[in-house]
Design a protein around this ligand. Structure first.
Ligand code: NAD
Length: 260
């Protein structure tokens, strides 16, 4: 029997990362999942993914703000499953404030989790991928990796940064059977965005639905949230043979946001 492929997906206890984990499990990948969750919840998620998809799943509690834990995530995954075939850097956090009022600890955390963590997981996973002459690295960036919005200095800096990192890793590994690409979603209705909608609803005395509509209308010409399933399908496509010559790309899935 063919050995299943292994995917490490950061920030996969919630939102987009969880959707990507579900899609890869459905496609038969063994998974290393990660993210904040109470131990019982994390174990329940492992149990559910294993049962529903018949694949092996390891939950790793690494805090990706810490470089050593980023390294441990990949190394422990390799110890459990052997070679890592796919690395998805998805974990991300947000904080919104004008630049001159931006809390320094929030800046440091956003840069650490949204940008530096990907450097640390990539540098740990690459030697194994290079020795086997194959690998897929997918960085979940954002429309904010391509354009800016006010009050998101750290997030926009980190997401522009990860697109730069994506290009360098792609170039350095172009002849080694390894691709590295960035997915750039527009607004997706996950806890990360719901927090911002809640803040707007409160500030502007709007209902949740009205605040969500306002939020979308400002940026996304289709007036629709991007679905988690569509992002997961794009991630899976990037791991297919048909995508073997797509590398160094930043692929918007943003309802036309960055076409404006
Ligand atoms: P989410 O809040 O639902 O999930 C974030 C995940 O990251 C969770 O599993 C969380 O536990 C994990 N995480 C956060 N800090 C961590 C840390 N220090 N160590 C380990 N795990 C940590 O968010 P989401 O909306 O699903 O976002 C996922 C990615 O997609 C992020 O990189 C985000 O920037 C990006 N993104 C989101 C949107 C959107 O509209 N939701 C749009 C564009 C890009």
């Amino acid at each position: 029997m063919k050995t299943p492929l292994t995917a490490v997906i950061t920030g996969s206890t919630s939102g987009i990362g969880l959707g990507i984990a579900e899609a890869f499990a459905e496609a038969g990948y063994r998974l290393v999942i990660n993210g904040f969750a109470p131990p019982a919840e994390a174990q329940a998620l492992v149990g559910r993914l294993q049962q529903e998809h018949g694949v092996e799943v390891l939950y790793h509690p690494a805090d990706l703000g810490d470089p050593d834990q980023c390294v441990a995530l990949v190394k422990d995954g390799e110890r459990r499953f052997g070679p890592i075939d796919v690395l998805v850097n998805n974990a991300g956090v947000q904080h919104v404030a004008p630049t001159e009022q931006f809390p320094v600890d929030q800046w440091n955390n956003i840069l650490a989790v949204n940008l530096s963590a990907a450097f640390h997981t990539i540098r740990t996973a690459l030697p194994g991928m290079q020795s086997r002459g194959r690998g897929r690295i997918i960085n979940v960036a954002s429309a904010h990796g391509l354009v800016a919005s006010i009050h998101k200095s750290a997030y926009v800096a980190a997401k522009h940064g990860i697109i730069g990192l994506t290009k360098v890793v792609a170039l350095e590994n172009a002849e080694r059977g390894i691709t590295c690409n960035a997915i750039c979603p527009g607004f997706v209705l996950t806890p990360l965005v719901q927090t911002q909608i809640d803040a707007r609803a409160e500030q502007s005395h709007l209902s949740n639905d009205e605040a969500a509509v306002e939020f979308l209308n400002e940026k996304q010409p289709t007036h629709r949230f991007t679905s988690i399933g569509d992002i997961a399908a794009l991630a899976l496509f990037l791991c297919s043979l048909a995508a073997s010559n797509i590398t160094g790309a930043s692929l918007p899935i943003d309802g036309g946001w960055t076409a404006q």
